[in-house]
Design a binder for this molecule. Structure first.
Ligand SMILES: Cc1ncc(C[n+]2csc(CCOP(=O)(O)OP(=O)(O)O)c2C)c(N)n1
Ligand SMILES: [Mg+2]
Length: 338
């Protein structure tokens, strides 16, 4: 392991995290298949390649105590926060046992019991919500923090600047985590954004920040421990930029034709799951056969427990269609529109 790291993980934590990250990879790949099989509809954004970001940061936090919020690429953040993967898959299958009774779908996973405050479809939507949650924490006087994950392109939304200004002004306990995968849909960051290094942008709001490798779980964890300590100790917000890469297109409707194959290969050589696996193998803590066995177990678990649960769960009943729709302000429903 990199000996310059201050906050380190035990071998047991490494083994557990390898399992969790490999599970995340296989979970997302199975979602891809289920989408092709038309078991999942609507939008679907996968997290393959970025696993060390959510796992490293949330490992350093206190899930269930701290609030976590993110964008539409949200399945793995929810699971690492403690939300049952069966309920996540059932949500994707639009089943009543899903996290939102099957009415939200992939972009709207929620887990109030685990303080997972959701995935959001609106780019930049979570910035002000996170500031609001952090304001609430501060008013109540707890030591929770709010962790807000967002993509690099989201930082060009007005909400980014408005929220970071208020978060800094009010010294709110919020950690902003930028998962910089270099692209917003098909647009590379240097074609959309004047300041490519995102951590530099927040100096405009006097928010301390850092940019680190998002592919190495040890590096992410080390940076996240310090960032969280800063926020929890009452010093106000912090901004952590994690350099990462998504392996698939932006969503299932993206043919991914805009990236150089050489770039994809380069990032593929720094796979977060393989980096951790090889670290354990080099330390003599696991063999390649152990890894293959683990992979096999995970694939079986996903099929036998998770997919089966989603398949066998019922669809939401018809009467639920109107139950969660707010109609009182709709003039058409009131009959007054002309
Ligand atoms: C307010 C708003 N504008 C535009 C979109 C369309 N849109 C969906 S994802 C996306 C790009 C976001 O990229 P980034 O923030 O880097 O996150 P990533 O998908 O790379 O994780 C855009 C423009 C949207 N969902 N919401
Ligand atoms: Mg991006």
């Amino acid at each position: 392991m990199n000996s310059s790291l201050k906050n380190t993980l035990s071998v047991e934590s490494h083994k557990r995290l390898l399992r969790e990250m490999l599970f995340a990879r296989r979970f997302e790949e199975r979602c891809y298949e289920a989408y092709v099989e038309r078991k999942i509809g609507g939008f679907l954004h996968l997290y393959c390649g970025e696993e060390a970001c959510a796992h490293g940061v949330i490992e350093a936090a206190r899930p269930g105590h701290d609030y976590i919020i993110t964008s539409y690429r949200d399945h793995i953040h929810a699971i690492k926060s403690g939300v049952d993967p069966k309920a996540v898959m059932a949500e994707l299958f639009a089943k009543v046992t899903g996290t939102c009774k099957g009415l939200g779908g992939s972009m709207h996973i929620f887990g109030v019991d685990h303080r997972f405050m959701g995935g959001y479809a609106l780019v930049g939507g979570p910035f002000p919500l996170a500031a609001g949650i952090a304001k609430g924490i501060k008013m109540k006087g707890g030591d929770e923090i709010c962790i807000c994950f967002l993509g690099d392109a989201a930082n060009n939304q007005g909400t980014f600047h408005e929220s970071l200004n208020m978060a800094a002004l009010w010294e709110l306990p919020v950690l902003y985590v930028c998962e910089n995968n270099l692209y917003g849909i098909g647009t590379r960051i240097d074609r959309s954004t004047a300041v490519v290094d995102q951590y530099k942008r927040v100096s405009a709001y006097n928010i301390p920040s850092r940019q680190v490798d998002g592919q190495d779980i040890d590096v992410v964890y080390d940076a996240a421990v310090d960032a969280i300590e800063h926020v929890r100790s009452g010093k106000g917000p912090y901004f952590l930029e994690l350099m990462t890469y998504r392996y698939r297109g932006h969503s299932m409707s993206d043919s991914n034709a805009y990236r150089e194959k050489a770039e994809e290969r380069r990032w593929g050589e720094r796979d977060p799951v393989i980096i951790l696996r090889d670290r354990l193998i080099e330390a003599g803590e696991m063999t390649l056969d152990d890894y293959k066995k683990l992979d096999h177990e995970i694939l079986e678990q996903i099929e036998d427990e998770i997919i089966r649960f989603a398949e066998e769960s019922p669809e939401p009943p018809l009467e639920m269609l109107e139950k969660y729709v707010l109609v009182e302000n709709d003039p058409w429903v009131r009959g007054g529109a002309g």
